[in-house]
Ligand binder design. Sequence first.
Ligand code: PEP
Ligand code: MN
Length: 361
Amino acid sequence: MNVSITLRDIGPLSIPGMEGGSPIVIAGPCSAETEAQTLETAWALTGMGVKVFRAGVWKPRTMPGGFEGVGDRGLAWLQTVKRELGMMVATEVATVDHVRAALEAGIDILWIGARTSANPFAVQDIADALQGHDQVTVLVKNPVNPDLDLWIGALQRIRNAGVTRLGAVHRGFSSAGAHLYRNDPQWHIPFELRRLAPSMTILCDPSHIGGKRQYVEHLSQIALDTGFDGLMIESHIQPDKALSDSAQQVEPKELKEILQHLVVRSGAPIDDELSLLRQQIDDCDHEMLAVLARRMSVAREIGRFKKAHNLRVVQPQRYQDMIDARLDEAAHLGLEADFTQRVMQSIHEESVRQQLNLFKD
Ligand code: PEP
Ligand code: MN
């Protein structure tokens, strides 16, 4: 295994017709359902800058009994799209058999789905099947769980198999509890991946993050504003009749409008005004870190006191009062309750960890 290749060495993908820094747009239905639905959707997506057509033919479904894709025969429909419309074609692979069938059919881009990238055995099998096929492009979606290392590990396994045309897709993370979106974006995770892999193509899949078609445009704009290289968007000729992910697919004509509305901003080096503002951000962060260090030092002092007096580390009433007081104060400062709560919980968790450490001695 060649572990010397780092993500830093992975260059950007070049998609014919998308040179010059414009975002890569991959679009198409969640699933290829019939030949007519596949071809009509692909046809409707031409002429709006979509250079890559996606469609799943093998669908990993959470529950048994759902539509599991049309299987190998869908590959022939993708071949027709490629041949007749000149689009590149992409599909999901989850097993060695899928990889073999997709390569044989000349599928240009294979993507590894979120349920598969969470499983290193499955990813390694796929990587082994890709050995020697260095012309294919592979996209690795983030694993369903918010684990950056697992995502990096999957990318690394595919890279080590000799695949150089490699990119990542951010599609959000499963999370318990009610959320606005189907999958929690946790943007800091792909941002960290970007820091580690500055040149690698990282796309955003706003369809699977949002879970509803009305969020697609907003999430796409966030993605473009935060440095993603492009988008993978689900589009179906009749979304309400789709056999999978019906609520999040957009009609091709709606996609055209979304793409027209999106603003592509410069990633060029910053000008003076921006660098001054960024300096202010840096200053705020320095202050914040110094305050956090001071807070932890006080927390350790309290920890020593609790230990000396045989008191429990966590005192629920004090914790509740602290959170209530901070939420109240934060509201006056115009900070969101949800954000404040997450920050304070995380800080408190670290104080508790530090105090428990003292209890070990
Ligand atoms: C898909 O792209 O249709 C899909 C199943 O994606 P994910 O693996 O992100 O759920
Ligand atoms: Mn889907």
